[in-house]
Design a binder for this molecule. Sequence first.
Ligand code: NAD
Ligand code: DAU
Length: 339
Amino acid sequence: MSEAFEPHNIIVTGGCGFIGSNFVHYVVNNHLGVHVTVLDKLTYAGNPRNIEGLPSDRVELVVGDICDADLLDRIVPGHDAIVHYAAESHNDNSIADPSPFLRTNVEGTFCLLEACRRHGVRYHHVSTDEVYGDLALDEPRRFQPDDPYRPSSPYSSTKASSDLLVRAWHRTYDLRTTISNCSNNYGPYQHVEKFIPRQITNILCGIRPKLYGDGKNVRDWIHTEDHSRAVWDILTKGRIGETYLIGANGERSNIDVLHAILERMGKDPDDFDWVRDRPGHDRRYAIDPTKLETELGWKPVHTDFSEGLDQTIAWYREHEDWWRPAKEATEAKYAKQGQ
Ligand code: NAD
Ligand code: DAU
């Protein structure tokens, strides 16, 4: 069932993280009648500076845990929708210690679904293409919304579990839900643990970039602003109970992305270290976004990856005070893992 939906007062969980904060900026800049309550625990990945300077009559930050049912009962009433971004999001961390992933990604989603059920609120679930497992490098196929779930890592298995909870809550309780599964995002405010910011900030610090395995793994890159617009379109025009895949035809091997960064930052193509591979490392992700494009008319705007990369490198050059505090601890963690 399709439902025209005009939200005025939404909760964005994880709105101080990378993609969540980009979504908050997108909503504030493009949908003037909408108020956003950000619910964020401010873990190591959450930074209130990501939403600093946004108008205080449009954006309110509530610092708290999505697993706190009493807090949810206090803040959810009066909102039209929850857009759920909060998560433990990094695969390498999930391999080192899966427990926070179980709690935040699975139990946290359960708590939000129950709060939506108690208070009659619509729910959009932000998920990942990793729930579908991986594809071979030479396979012409891309992920389809109805593909079977085959997650590989502790992170992706908790995201898959949370998607299944959403599907069940829709079917059993008629909760008004939508799900989106997106490919790899890049852009401003991404934590330095992730591939692109890690390599850019390594070069800025005089550290050699680090490439896992044989460097041939493929990721399907999308600019985070295109992701934000897609989530908004799904929230406001998507069919209830449906899953939409978000991707921008951005397949690239890790070594190609690294070479592009090295070249743009004035380094030689072999100015990097090969390091230990990620256990269970997914080979290739690739999204078929046809359903989103044909049903909702969404199209990516940031289609020039080189230009997006230049802007992202410039952003990290100009915001050293933002990333520097997290850099040393992040690299110390990687060094312990041989990465
Ligand atoms: P991130 O790690 O940058 O941010 C996560 C945010 O969630 C942080 O602000 C953190 O403080 C908050 N958070 C964590 N646990 C919380 C809790 N228990 N209660 C409240 N807040 C909590 O993550 P991201 O990369 O921005 O990813 C956001 C969402 O998008 C995740 O659900 C992720 O699975 C999904 N996703 C990410 C990508 C990607 O490329 N990064 C792609 C597809 C989907
Ligand atoms: O596909 C969507 C997913 O993309 C999201 O669900 C995750 O939240 C997000 O973190 C991202 O997962 P990846 O594991 O693909 O992203 P990451 O940035 O960690 O790594 C991208 C690729 O680069 C992956 O193949 C591993 C490799 N890599 C990563 C790092 C940090 C390296 O070769 N060297 C590195 O230093």
